[in-house]
Design a protein around this ligand. Structure first.
Ligand SMILES: CC(C)(COP(=O)(O)OP(=O)(O)OC[C@H]1O[C@@H](n2cnc3c(N)ncnc32)[C@H](O)[C@@H]1OP(=O)(O)O)[C@@H](O)C(=O)NCCC(=O)NCCS
Length: 175
């Protein structure tokens, strides 16, 4: 079992260590961060999470069995009027923890928070089309593709395509 806990300044260094190179950073966070990820960029994001009904939530993921932090997830662009939100920066940090079901559990917890606690009705998530594990993770939970954008991001001489996936409140599967 896992829990989502509020992400704080003391969690910065662990998250930074989980991002090994510029390509991984781009795949994980799109153009939201520039390499190398640092405390200054994370501080700027963290500031958006302050106050009542913030537009942005940052969570660390804690394995309840071991008490260890094993991941990260964010809920961004929360619109309390339209009742929409966008999921971003999903990460199972330690490489050896990937492919063991954590990703689906993290998504499920975030979805429960967004739908039950915040009362949102629709969630979206962006993923690059080559990120097959992430796509399997999101579609397995119930997300469906609603948009495909070609050539949205350049990395070196690679040009990346992006899928926008969406989940409506009634469609999610419970894990
Ligand atoms: C993407 C990520 C969050 C998924 O979490 P995870 O714990 O590795 O994935 P899960 O074990 O929950 O598996 C999710 C699905 O992917 C499949 N999967 C897992 N590892 C796989 C692999 N190596 N190859 C193919 N499919 C795989 C699982 O079978 C499962 O699908 P299913 O329910 O249809 O069986 C994680 O791999 C990660 O942090 N990757 C690096 C950062 C990243 O790319 N983030 C996403 C940005 S959009």
């Amino acid at each position: 079992m896992i829990e989502l806990k509020q992400f704080h300044r003391e969690d910065f260094s662990r998250l930074i260590q989980w991002v090994p190179n510029a390509r991984f950073l781009s795949r994980w966070a799109g153009t939201n961060y520039v390499w190398p990820l640092d405390t200054q960029q994370l501080s700027a994001t963290l500031e958006r999470t302050y106050g009542l009904r913030p537009p942005h939530y940052m969570f660390k993921v804690v394995d309840s069995g071991t008490g260890e932090s094993i991941g990260h997830i964010e809920l961004v662009q929360v619109d309390y009027v339209k009742r929409t939100g966008h999921i971003g920066r999903v990460l199972v940090g330690p490489v050896e923890c990937r492919g063991r079901g954590y990703g689906k559990q993290i998504l499920s917890k975030l979805i429960a928070f967004a739908f039950s606690e915040l009362g949102l009705k629709t969630l979206t998530i962006n993923v690059f089309d080559f990120n097959k594990v992430a796509i399997a993770c999101y579609t397995s939970i119930g997300f469906r593709q609603v948009e495909f954008k070609k050539n949205v991001q350049q990395f070196g001489n690679e040009t990346w395509n992006q899928m926008l996936l969406q989940l409506n409140r009634t469609e999610g599967k419970t894990i």
